[in-house]
Write a protein that binds this ligand. Structure first.
Ligand SMILES: Nc1ncnc2c1ncn2[C@@H]1O[C@H](COP(=O)(O)OP(=O)(O)OP(=O)(O)O)[C@@H](O)[C@H]1O
Length: 265
């Protein structure tokens, strides 16, 4: 599990999916994100790394306006998805979060059946005209979540009855059911055992065929295994962003080097 796989990964496309400029995040008096500029590409896994408290999750939450749900949080700057400002007053955050899905650290299935966990989003967003279309979406999403074979005979069973790793793949399937364009993952494997972690990592690699994936991780090995691009954060600044192989073997900034060699963090 802990081996560093070859770092050179090919980035399939340079199409920018999300563009952030001069982003600031404040929680009351705390200035958590400072002057962040970054372009995140389509069909690419980007890893956010950096020491605890450096702002990885805060910046991730800017990308689908999850920070809106935190009263004391103030976000400034520009974040564009396919060139459109996601903080424009006309943007409905619920619609945005269907396009920019999120998977959390702790698997959080709804207290509903496996089927309804997946069907919930497509139902509220009107993505299926009838039961058979909904059935198709549920099956396709569970297949994309690499969990179909394990649950296809018990779709009526509660999602909360699955193992932790299965629950996390169910949550990934739930996130992809609304056909998002971007998938944000905040330490998605931190509550999982090594086998479940390996399954989710394999799944992340498959997901980038269809989505841009951004993953916050504390594991540099994981960043090296799953990502093509890496962004290193330190004290609220985005210090360095580039090809994962370059960041790990030839970092430009001494702070990045100190972190990856274990001197800070
Ligand atoms: N809901 C919140 N209310 C107040 N302050 C917050 C909140 N969330 C984060 N912060 C503060 O913002 C800063 C950045 O935190 P954040 O969680 O984004 O960092 P992180 O790099 O994701 O950390 P970790 O790796 O430990 O999860 C910290 O100083 C933290 O205390």
């Amino acid at each position: 599990m802990n081996d560093m796989r070859p770092l050179e990964r090919i980035v399939d496309t340079d199409t920018v999916k999300i563009s952030a400029r001069n982003v600031q995040v404040h929680y009351g008096e705390t200035h958590a994100i400072k002057d962040v500029d970054v372009d995140l590409e389509a069909n690419t896994v980007t890893a956010f790394i950096g020491p605890s408290g450096c702002g990885k999750s805060s910046f991730l939450r800017c990308l689908n306006r999850m920070n809106d749900t935190i009263d004391i949080c103030r976000v400034q700057g520009d974040i564009l998805l396919d060139g459109e400002d996601i903080y424009d007053k006309r943007v409905d955050p619920v619609q945005l979060r269907a396009k920019v899905g999120m998977v959390f650290q702790k698997p959080n299935p709804f207290p509903k059946s496996i089927y309804d966990n997946i069907a919930y989003g497509p139902r509220i967003h009107g993505l299926a005209r009838n039961k058979s279309e909904l059935d198709e979406i549920v099956e396709k999403s569970l297949r994309r979540g690499a969990i179909w074979d394990e649950v296809k005979d018990r779709l009526d069973a509660p999602g909360t009855g699955l193992s932790g790793g299965q629950q996390q793949r169910l949550c990934i399937a739930r996130a992809v059911a609304t056909e998002p364009e971007v998938l944000l993952m905040d330490e998605p494997c931190s509550a999982l055992d090594p086998i479940a972690t390996a399954q989710v990592e394999e799944l992340i690699d498959e997901l980038r065929q269809n989505f841009s994936v951004v993953i916050v991780t504390h594991s540099m090995q994981q960043a090296a295994r799953v990502s093509q691009k890496t962004a290193f954060f330190h004290l609220g600044h985005l210090v360095e962003h580039g090809e994962t192989g370059e960041i790990f073997t030839n970092p430009r900034d001494p702070r990045t080097e100190s972190y990856i060699t274990g001197r800070i963090g």
